[in-house]
Write a new protein. Structure first.
Length: 173
């Protein structure tokens, strides 16, 4: 019976490799995001020379928004792969990011919610730049959604802190 249990555990452990196509898909999404960035940049260049200040700010915020999503994808791909599939071999990579290999699931979750809050904040700031084009209801929804992300982030941080405190105190399992 122990032989069957070992084979089952080996099969379950090997199933982590089924995540790899998801990470590869996110890398392709990153490439498509690069196309989006280039399109935004090409649209942005004429604004710098002929647009109003608010249009330039919105253009910059749009570029930052795309970069934030791209950074989020990289964090998810690298940290997810390292946490759930296999460790990277950092030897021989002088420019290896310092955070890689040190981002656990809790940190990944916090980076994810932090990025979502930042992206939501950028979208809200872009909306405020043209507040005259929004109804009060649309504006309320945008603020409400952003606040939901902020509160969720704070609650995640509090839960992680409570869990960490219990683990340090020896109460956690």
């Amino acid at each position: 019976m122990k032989h069957v249990e070992n084979k089952l555990e080996q099969f379950l452990f090997s199933s982590r490799w089924l995540l790899v196509p998801f990470y590869i898909g996110l890398i392709f999404a990153l490439a498509l995001l690069l196309v989006k960035f280039v399109k935004e940049f090409i649209h942005f260049v004429p604004l710098v020379f002929g647009g109003e200040g608010s249009d330039v700010i919105i253009g910059v915020l749009s570029l930052v928004d795309v970069v934030m999503v791209a950074n989020l994808l990289i964090i998810i791909v690298f940290a997810g792969y390292e946490n759930f599939v296999s460790r990277f071999d950092a030897a021989g990579h002088e420019d290896w990011p310092g955070w890689m290999g040190h981002v656990g699931f809790a940190e990944l979750k916090m980076k994810l919610i932090g990025s979502i809050v930042a992206i939501s904040g950028i979208e809200l700031l872009k909306a405020f730049m043209h507040v005259e084009n929004l109804s009060n209801e649309q504006l309320a929804w945008k603020v409400g959604i952003h606040l939901t992300f902020v509160v969720s982030g704070v609650l995640f941080a509090v839960m992680d802190r409570i869990t960490a405190d219990k683990t340090v105190a020896g109460d956690g399992h």
